[in-house]
Write a protein that binds this ligand. Structure first.
Ligand SMILES: [Zn+2]
Length: 759
């Protein structure tokens, strides 16, 4: 590898890199000049001194700018540069010149320099390569908020790892550490006025050897031995460590839900007033939350927040606000009295009243409130910032209402999800978010106007730690997905291709190896995509993987792909029912499992389909032809083959273009009750020659499967049709509401469909 290759390996990729020709010998650098002698310049000078130490020690001095062979550090607020931007010039006058208008810009310029150098220097070892390519780099970030979250309640991570996590954030030029300090499974921050929070609420029995959701009951004589907390001194130390790396720390203190750990120490603050041990796993629904009718709760919370606000110098205080299960509020006398006294409509307004009351306190301390998107429910003051996690919807609503928004939808930003085949991955909480998917993220939804888009501050990767017992696992979960997110946030979505990113990532991972950081190998699965061609008479098949450059091999005769199967080079066409099997081969061996997809050819394939009721935007399947693309889904509702309707019917008209004889119609449906997806009550078809008047209706009635059974795919089949027709209307009638026995009772039920097969 020659050194000039290094320069293009920077992640996130700078806006502009102009090669200067030639190289600079690091050994020739003999001095560092601080242009303005400021503390920030001196700090970055020390970073240069430290990283170049294995080459030679470089003294601070005050040389003329014209003197060659020096590092010049120039922090000047008057420089015409974007905030956090920098200009790094290597080789001009045999020197290294770093300019910025802010101390954060200087820091990022140094991070880029670090990536241009041999990775061995980062760990204090003599480099293999002593030269770096001459170049000029201009750079600045697209988004101002580039965050990473860490849940330290579900599992505790010591200060040493917290600092490593901050190092990881810094290397990626991200600038926020969201510290999720309290939750049901442990309170992690020392509060001087409530010592029992760390004596009692920080500890639980150790069940790390059991699956998170299936922990065995706590025995009466069992000691709480697992847990921990951070002292206020440790927290100050972390804040300083982060600030030196241009990282703001946002503390999160959960309320009113996700607070059952508090009731191990102060049970009187819950509606029931009963002691609850700190649980070693989750239980659901988690009904034990703060009593909103008890004034002592607000005395407690304000005292706690007072200490938190004193500790954390940043502008934001995160108060959670998510998933507050209001069962006890409905029957608690104090809570009901509050609803009456405050003239509130219901428990949802009580939650809103709760959050507003806390917000008022936070504002009185000159801090800004941040919360999960549930805080929107029931209205919110303008100053609140919303973290949109339940998809983009909360973020869109918030931006339209003029709130600052941080995007972290589960679909792209939940790094506790699987990133590769669950069968061959360490157990995770669920979901499936590959590296490539994270890289495709756009934090700014199309629905927003230019002005509204301005409220999207950026995005954040979240690491919940139910299935993250150890630091190595935490790194494994976030690396390299945070690497992909960092480039989306710094360079902007779509600025570079995934292949381009991947080529740099391969080199970036050498740095992880060098630093001893664990990372996931990623997904080895090949995905099969199909585009219509020739007016729906055929498909053009494309095969892609997350590993550009590695061999994808495939078969179309039903046999298993092997190292001898044809290598996929370019999309190919099929026009008859075909099963495609494909897998990735690396160094001649199959890597990852085989992907199989059957394309079913039938009369409706590729034909026009008109939606009388649009599917939900969040579940578009593979696009407008999903129901007539010849492809059926798995039992996973978000595998890209399913379209979903919430509370509404599937109601479409298929135009076969000519009158055709129809004998049978099949509709592929998903039943996934734990995800609120139910079978329709019945499926109806009707026929028309003009597309307006539909007649000869036929229907089939469907029964629900086992309550909360495993997700399964059902086919609603209507046979013996014997009609000739051009237009066919297909309706799947939604049951509208989840049934009484279901956890979502009275919430809207979903209908999911993947294909309408017409023969
Ligand atoms: Zn109550």
């Amino acid at each position: 590898m020659n050194s000039s290759n290094n320069i293009i390996q920077i992640i996130p990729k700078p806006i502009s890199i102009v090669a200067g020709g030639g190289e600079l010998d690091l050994n020739s650098i003999t001095a560092i000049t601080l242009k303005h002698n400021s503390k920030s310049e001196e700090f970055v000078a020390q970073l240069f001194q430290k990283i170049l130490r294995p080459v030679r020690w470089i003294d601070l001095s005050h040389l003329e700018e014209t003197t060659p062979n020096q590092i010049i550090i120039d922090l000047d607020p008057e420089l015409p540069m974007p905030h956090e931007g920098y200009n790094l010039s290597i080789g001009e006058n045999q020197s290294i010149i770093l300019k910025a208008a802010s101390s954060s810009g200087l820091f990022y310029g140094f991070q880029t320099f670090r990536q241009i150098c041999d990775p061995k220097l980062s760990i204090g070892k003599p480099p293999k390569i002593l030269t770096i390519p001459n170049c000029t780099i201009f750079d600045s970030p697209r988004f101002s908020y580039r965050g990473m979250h860490l849940d330290v309640s579900r599992h505790f991570f010591d200060i040493e790892f917290i600092k490593t996590y901050i190092d990881m954030i810094a290397l990626h030029k991200m600038n926020v550490f969201h510290w999720h300090l309290t939750d049901d499974n442990g309170w992690r921050i020392e509060i001087k006025s409530y010592p029992k929070l760390t004596e009692e609420s920080a500890w639980r029995v150790d069940r790390r050897h059991e699956p998170w959701k299936e922990w065995s009951p706590i025995l009466s004589d069992e000691k709480a031995t697992y847990g921990g907390f951070y002292t206020q001194n440790e927290i100050r130390d972390v804040i300083k460590y982060a600030a030196d790396r241009n990282i703001m720390v946002i503390p999160e203190i959960e309320m009113p839900g996700h607070t059952s750990e508090v009731f191990a120490a102060y049970p009187e603050l819950s509606c029931k007033g009963k002691f609850i041990p700190v649980n070693p796993g989750s239980y659901w629904p988690n009904v034990d939350i703060f009593c909103a009718g008890n004034d002592d709760v607000f005395v407690f919370l304000e005292n706690v927040l007072e200490e938190v606000i004193d500790l954390f110098p940043g502008p934001y205080i995160h108060i959670g606000g998510d998933e507050a299960e209001k069962t006890h509020w409905k029957t608690c006398q104090k809570c009901q009295a509050r609803i009456k006294d405050e003239r509130l409509k219901d428990e949802h307004e009580l939650q809103s009243w709760f959050i507003k009351k806390i917000e008022k306190f936070i504002l009185s301390k000159n801090k800004k409130l941040v919360g999960w998107d549930e805080i929107l429910e029931g209205g919110l003051a303008k100053s609140a910032t919303v973290m949109s996690w339940r998809g983009m919807k909360g973020g869109i609503e918030s931006a339209k209402a003029g709130h600052d928004v941080i995007m972290c939808p589960t679909s792209h930003c939940y790094f506790d999800y699987y990133q590769a085949n669950p069968e061959t991955s360490p157990e995770a909480i669920g979901g499936y978010t590959t590296l490539k998917k994270v890289y495709s993220f756009n934090p700014v939804p199309e629905e927003l106007s230019k002005e509204e888009s301005g409220f999207i501050l950026g995005a954040q990767g979240n690491l919940w730690t139910e299935y993250v017992q150890e630091p190595e696992r935490a790194q494994y979960r976030v690396l390299p997905r945070m690497t992909a997110l960092s480039e989306v946030l710094w360079s902007g979505p779509g600025a570079h291709s995934y292949d381009d990113f991947y080529n740099r990532l391969v080199h970036f991972q050498n740095r992880f190896d060098m630093l001893g950081w664990t990372y996931a190998p990623g997904s080895f699965i090949v995905s099969i995509q199909a585009d219509q061609e020739n007016m729906g008479t055929g498909f053009r098949i494309n095969l892609t993987s997350e590993k550009p450059g590695e061999s994808i091999r495939f078969t179309i005769d039903g046999s298993e792909p092997s190292a001898d199967s044809p290598r996929f080079n370019e999309p190919f066409s099929i026009n008859t029912t075909t099963t495609v099997k494909t897998a990735l081969f690396m160094s001649g061996k199959q890597a990852g499992q085989t992907t199989t997809k059957t394309f079913h050819f039938h009369k409706a394939v590729g034909k026009d389909i008109q939606y009388k009721i649009p599917h939900k935007q969040k579940y578009p399947g593979a696009g407008p032809f999903t129901l007539v693309d010849g492809l059926i889904g798995t039992t996973s509702y978000n595998d890209g083959y399913w379209q979903g309707w919430e509370g509404d019917n599937l109601d479409v008209v298929i135009d076969l273009h000519t009158i055709e004889k129809i004998t049978q119609i099949e509709v592929g449906l998903l039943e996934s009750q734990p995800s609120w997806i139910f079978l329709p009550t019945h499926v109806k078809v009707s026929f028309s020659d003009n597309g307006k008047d539909f007649q000869n209706e036929k229907a089939v009635v469907l029964d629900d499967g086992e309550q909360n059974g495993n997700p399964n795919r059902q086919v609603a089949k209507i046979s013996n049709i014997e009609h000739s027709s051009r237009f066919i209307r297909v309706q799947a009638i939604n049951r509208k509401m989840c049934p009484e026995w279901h956890e979502g009772a009275n919430g809207m039920a979903w209908v999911f469909a993947d294909e309408i097969i017409i023969n």
